[in-house]
Design a protein around this ligand. Structure first.
Ligand code: SF4
Length: 388
């Protein structure tokens, strides 16, 4: 990228002028990652100051049985398959209770598209969880794909479904099911029938009922950078209309995932793909932050990026970190690549501070629950190792 274009993009981004599709593509193509990251960091700092948000959440998957077979998915099982499971509502409640310690404030619930579970199972589960868990635990549940599935199994409209789920305790949808909206790419990786038209219809409806939702993008598989730009611009346009997205979450496609339980590779894209490099991940965070002039937060999910890249993402536009936080941990569970699946609160606070930010614990609605001290100057005197 020549110096003139750099200056032009810089002026646009810093004056708040909206960046175009061409600008987004040009930003992806720069070799100057430090410049790109610095620009995104400036914009992120103007929006969110020196704060990095985190929340204490746990994931609950009530069934992994799914009628679809998305090419990248390692989670789904077919009925009768070894490891296929569906929880009874009491089981889900028992499991949620076990997760309650550690100051839990959010339960994140997503499931497979089960072929025979009745629609009633879902609002009943939410109601039972809401009654059983402490007041401060918010239920963030279901992808737009699941809501679309509920329409077909219940005969109800998405509006009626959302009303019933909200009445049962739903506080936010999850952002899943978005993957990449480009139809051609999508047709090669997504096996369910919820595409942009229905995904956007359902989030629009949720926003009209007062719910705030996240939005996501699965990147680093067979898509090209221009598909990422187009994906973000579709979401930006919808955000102009509803204002209901709180956060954008780039999800790094996991090429190497081997199911530890049976050693199987279920990802059918594996032979033809690699995974986004750390630099490509940082570029994706930075360009997304610069294009999304209307979404307040960008979140990095450290489980998918590794703690090192996640920490750097905070300097490339991200202001929010996601992943399980526990108070104490006896062992550090890690995958084959050394990425832990849980961090203690102290690990996470140090990770944020060592990147130069001030940690703030939030709830699902981004209300501040607890503020912490910023970077510790004494720690600067020595190298800063990760305890995880
Ligand atoms: S809908 Fe696709 S991504 Fe979701 S569980 Fe089923 S196969 Fe996996």
């Amino acid at each position: 990228m020549d110096a003139g274009l750099k200056r032009e993009l810089e002026e646009k981004a810093l004056s708040g002028e909206r960046l175009s599709r061409e600008d987004g593509i040009a930003l992806y193509e720069t070799d100057d990652l430090a410049w790109l990251g610095g620009l995104a960091h400036e914009v992120r700092t103007r929006k969110n100051g020196d704060v990095v948000y985190f929340n204490v959440n746990r994931h609950l998957n009530m069934t992994n049985v799914c009628t679809a077979s998305c090419a990248y998915c390692s989670f789904q099982r077919k009925p009768g398959e070894k490891d296929a499971y569906t929880m009874r509502i009491e089981e889900a409640v028992r499991l949620a209770h076990a997760m309650e310690g550690d100051g839990l404030t959010e339960l994140h619930i997503v499931n497979g598209l089960h072929p025979t579970l009745p629609w009633r199972y879902y609002p009943r589960s939410l109601r039972a969880l809401k009654e059983a868990l402490p007041e401060q635990v918010s239920l963030k549940a279901f992808t737009a794909t699941e809501i679309h599935h509920f329409e077909s199994i219940s005969g109800l409209s998405a509006s009626e479904i959302l009303d019933e789920l909200i009445d049962a305790g739903l506080e936010s949808l999850t952002g899943g099911g978005a993957e990449i909206f480009d139809e051609e790419v999508r047709s090669q990786i997504v096996d369910h029938r919820t595409h942009w038209e229905d995904w956007s219809r359902i989030h629009r409806l949720a926003h009209s009922k007062g719910l705030k939702t996240p939005c996501t993008m699965l990147y680093g598989h067979i898509e090209e950078r221009r598909h990422r730009v187009d994906h973000v611009l579709r979401l930006r346009e919808l955000q102009d209309e509803t204002g209901g997205f709180q956060v954008f979450i780039p999800l790094r496609y996991q090429h190497d995932f081997v199911d530890m339980r049976d050693g199987k590779i279920r990802n059918r894209l594996q032979a033809g793909t690699t995974m986004a490099s750390g630099a490509e991940a940082l570029r994706t965070f930075a360009v997304s932050r610069l294009l999304f002039d209307n979404i307040p937060h960008v979140k990095v999910f450290w489980v998918m990026h590794g703690v090192g890249t996640a920490q750097l993402a905070l300097q490339h536009g991200a202001d929010d970190m996601d992943g399980s936080v526990v108070e104490y941990k006896i062992t550090h569970d890690a995958d084959n690549f050394g990425t832990p699946d849980k961090l203690t609160r102290d690990d996470l606070l140090e990770l944020i501070r060592d990147a130069g930010f001030r940690p703030v614990e939030r709830n699902t609605r981004y209300e501040v629950l607890r503020e912490y001290e910023g970077p510790d100057p004494a720690r600067r005197d020595q190298p800063q190792p990760m305890r995880a």
